[in-house]
Design a protein around this ligand. Structure first.
Ligand code: PMP
Length: 445
């Protein structure tokens, strides 16, 4: 089979450069070579060409807080540029909420800058435990455990519970940290088609006599398109096949459910999920992660979750910040409604432009294109016009369906939403997207 990395390597050897338009990130994964560094040579030229064309929109440096409008150091001019921020996970704007910031500052003054140790040694503080109990109450479980990231919460929880001879059954689009946790556990991993209950059932049927323990894992809200998992149907399957059920609420916490408690609240199914995962790096405005479950399961995880006890504990100032963020969600549920109003408003504007947009309902709207070079060129134009959004190329989304992800905030003003829609319209006109047959066809679907 043709190896594109080898082609790229040859192109670099013969011309001294690489045309990045002909490649994607996935092409540099492997090359047949005795030197593990060979693949970095064409990849280096790929990124260099990408940057020279000014398509590279990663790691733009913010020089202000991540508010609904931000100041960004323009990577091409070096100037400080004001932009509308629609590329963060700060859905309710809590990163700069006065109560959240004040709680963090006070805790910083009281406890200093770090936790100094792993949680089982001297890294647990009174505020750490207060946060765990707060999270458990918020999620309607008996207890909770905090980790230093959402990634390590997934990896640690899954690998602590699954053993060789067990099986993890996951949606094909589950987050990478879920996949990594499954791989680390030594259990087998089976995937079902995205959001497809028939495919889940087929998978469970095949697995039912072959494995001992079974764990179904889904994202509550999928991070790429913001679609919500069909929890009632999934729960029926987990009951029918005696499988445990885990939901990753990273993009659901503070976003769905009347009081922002996440997927179980949204479906009125609190008490029906065995393990609820979450992160502090999105709505909760900081960094860290958690798992909420029964007392016995949490107790077990404290000593069997390697990413928990072999890693430094969350700093107490972060614990205080996150606890205050949950309190704000409880005190100001109107922020959640405001987020949804903003999503509905911008969604209808983009749809009316004739764009192919994913349905509203969470904090995420995606605009799907049909070729990656256009995505790259449009990224440049949209950046120049002052809108900060994230392009999602293959392999993070299916080949031939690259997209822009817009993450909205409760704090966006109508003026900013109108401005974002105008920027999109101008950029689409520049690339003749709206008039194109493909878009006319897709918009009518
Ligand atoms: N799960 C999902 C669904 C996510 O989107 C993310 C973050 N992208 C994580 C887990 C990991 O969370 P963290 O950023 O806190 O490590």
């Amino acid at each position: 089979m043709r190896n594109k990395c080898a082609d790229a390597y040859q192109e670099v050897l013969s011309t001294g450069r690489l045309n990045s338009d002909n490649y994607t990130l996935a092409d540099f994964y492997t090359i047949d070579s005795d030197d593990i560094f060979t693949k970095t040579v064409p990849y280096y030229e790929y990124v260099k060409d990408y940057k020279e064309k000014k398509y590279y929109s990663y790691q733009r440096q913010l020089v202000s807080a991540c508010n609904h409008r931000v100041k960004v150091k323009d990577p091409w001019t070096g100037e400080i540029k004001e932009m509308i921020m629609m590329g963060s996970n700060n859905y309710l704007g809590l990163i700069t909420h006065p109560k959240v910031v004040e709680a963090g500052i006070n805790a910083y003054q009281r406890y200093g800058s770090g936790a100094s140790s792993a949680p089982l040694l001297s890294g647990t503080y009174d505020i750490t435990r207060e946060l765990e109990l707060k999270l458990a109450k918020f999620k309607g479980t008996e207890d909770a455990l905090v980790f230093s990231t959402g990634y390590s919460a997934n990896v640690g929880t899954i690998s602590a519970l699954l053993r060789p001879g067990d099986v993890a059954i996951i949606d094909k689009l589950d987050h990478a940290s879920i996949i990594d946790g499954c791989r680390l556990s030594g259990a087998d991993l089976r995937t079902f088609k995205h959001q497809d209950i028939d495919s889940l059932e087929k998978c469970l049927e095949t697995c039912k006599d072959k494995y001992k323990g079974k764990l179904i894992i889904v994202d509550g809200v999928y991070s790429m398109d913001g679609d919500i998992c069909p929890l009632p149907e999934i729960k029926k399957m987990s009951d029918k096949y005696d499988a445990r059920l885990m939901v990753d609420d990273a993009h659901a916490t503070g976003v769905i459910g009347l009081y922002g408690k996440g997927t179980a609240e949204y479906f009125n199914m609190e008490d029906h999920v065995d393990l609820i995962l979450g992160t502090f790096s999105k709505t909760l405005g900081a960094v860290g992660g958690f798992v909420a479950a029964s007392t016995k399961v949490i107790n077990y995880l404290r000593f069997y979750s390697r990413s928990y006890f072999f890693s430094a504990a969350l700093p107490p100032n972060i614990c205080a910040t996150v606890k205050a963020a949950i309190e704000v969600i409880e005190e100001q549920p109107e922020l959640i409604q405001q987020l949804h109003n903003n999503v509905e408003y911008l969604h209808s504007k983009l749809k009316n432009l004739g764009l192919r947009v994913t349905p509203p309902g969470t904090g995420i709207i995606t605009v799907i294109l049909n070729d990656e070079v256009t995505l790259r060129k449009m990224s440049k134009v949209i950046h120049e016009k002052g809108l900060f959004i994230n392009p999602l190329p293959f392999p993070s989304v299916p080949r031939g369906e690259p997209r822009f992800k817009l993450s909205l905030m409760a704090t966006h003003t109508q003026e900013a939403l109108d401005e974002a829609a105008n920027i999109f319209e101008e950029a689409c006109n520049e690339f003749d997207i709206i008039e194109s047959k493909v878009y006319a066809m897709l918009a009518s679907v």
